[in-house]
Write a protein that binds this ligand. Structure first.
Ligand SMILES: *Cc1c(COP(=O)(O)O)cnc(C)c1O
Length: 333
């Protein structure tokens, strides 16, 4: 393994805190709950993309790139953190955003503007061709673009979560704690792929559960295959011989309600419960949904009371401000 030798650009405040959730563990009637605070990675209000971007921006700088191009939804946390990372690295940032351009920017989109990113608005199905078009236009102007896939989910980005698992294992060793299960939101797969590779190289003995935040069914295991592919690419990139197959990828389905970004009762309850018992904010699209999935698993009795479950908080807080109307009732409560 040669992670230490890979190009990396420092962006995150590490290690992120590992904290107990005593009030929540009590109110849910066990198991023992811990939280890994990747909402506190320190870059532009934090989140899981910061760890991926350390390696992606490192690679872009090593190639001599002058512009980062990436894509996402209007409330993409990945786009916001990429815009901030580009600013810090002295690069320009071009964002390909899908959906309708809102009249006034809120949440993450507001922050994209503060960071000076350029926006290209498209329909979701035009994404692939728009990446090519934006990159070609920049090259024609003599610029050197570096393309980052949606969510920063490639072999390079996933490396950030290999490092995160090594970091977690160090924290557990220091505190003498043992974790039986890790639960986190999963969407473009890079986080899960990195955690999977990291669990292998760092010798994590427990189980990993990715909560699908945008799919209700295992569509022909396509997602599991994709995550395994990113994991294999990442294993190659960091120089280990570990290899992964779709059966190594464990997903929890059925939490995606009305689809990506559509707020339902699951997220409303999870966000209030975490906020009111621990003073911690979750977002409605990812962490709130993933934590809602974890609450369901606890209520279904999937964990023993003496087990320890770690919820990996992946960030997303800025999106809260764009969802106030969906999260409160008509009276604004
Ligand atoms: C992007 C994101 C995720 C999902 O991570 P993937 O690597 O895309 O699977 C989870 N939580 C938050 C807050 C995110 O922004």
């Amino acid at each position: 393994m040669h992670i230490e030798k890979l190009p990396r650009f420092a962006l995150a405040h590490l290690p992120t805190p590992l904290e107990p959730l005593p009030a929540l563990s009590k109110s849910l009637g066990g198991p023992h709950l811990l939280i890994k605070r990747d909402d506190q990675t320190g870059l532009a209000l934090g989140g899981n993309k910061t760890r991926k971007l350390e390696f992606i921006v490192g690679q872009a700088l090593a190639e001599g790139a002058d512009t980062l191009i990436t894509a996402g939804a209007a409330q993409s946390n990945h786009c916001r953190q990429t815009a901030a990372a580009a600013a810090k690295a002295g690069l320009r940032c071009e964002l390909i955003l899908n959906g309708t351009k809102p009249e006034w920017p809120e949440g993450n989109l507001f922050l994209d503007r503060i960071f000076g990113a350029q926006e290209h608005w498209i329909e979701r199905r035009q994404r692939a061709e728009k990446f090519v078009e934006v990159a070609e236009n920049l090259r024609a102007q003599g610029r050197k673009p570096h393309i980052i896939p949606v969510g920063g989910s490639n072999s390079v980005g996933a490396t950030g979560y290999v490092v995160a698992m090594i970091e977690l294992m160090d924290q557990l060793r220091a505190s003498g704690e043992r974790v039986d299960h890790i639960v986190f939101g999963s969407s473009s797969g890079g986080t899960q792929a990195g955690i999977l590779v990291g669990a292998k190289v760092a010798g994590f003995p427990g189980q990993l559960h990715g909560v699908s935040i945008d799919k209700n069914d295992p569509e022909h295991l396509e997602y599991e295959i994709e995550v395994a592919q990113i994991a294999n690419g990442c294993a190659g990139y960091i120089g280990t011989t570990a290899r992964f197959a779709k059966d190594d990828v464990k997903m929890i389905y059925g939490c995606a309600g009305g689809g990506y970004g559509v707020v339902g009762e699951l997220e409303r309850e999870a966000i209030r419960l975490m906020a009111r018992s621990e003073g911690i904010l979750l977002d409605p699209v990812y962490a709130g949904r993933a934590f809602g999935g974890l609450i369901n698993l606890i209520r279904q009795g999937k964990f023993r009371r003496d087990e320890t479950v770690l919820f990996w908080h992946t960030g997303g807080g800025p999106a809260l401000f764009a969802y106030a109307r969906e999260l409160l009732d008509r009276e604004g409560r």
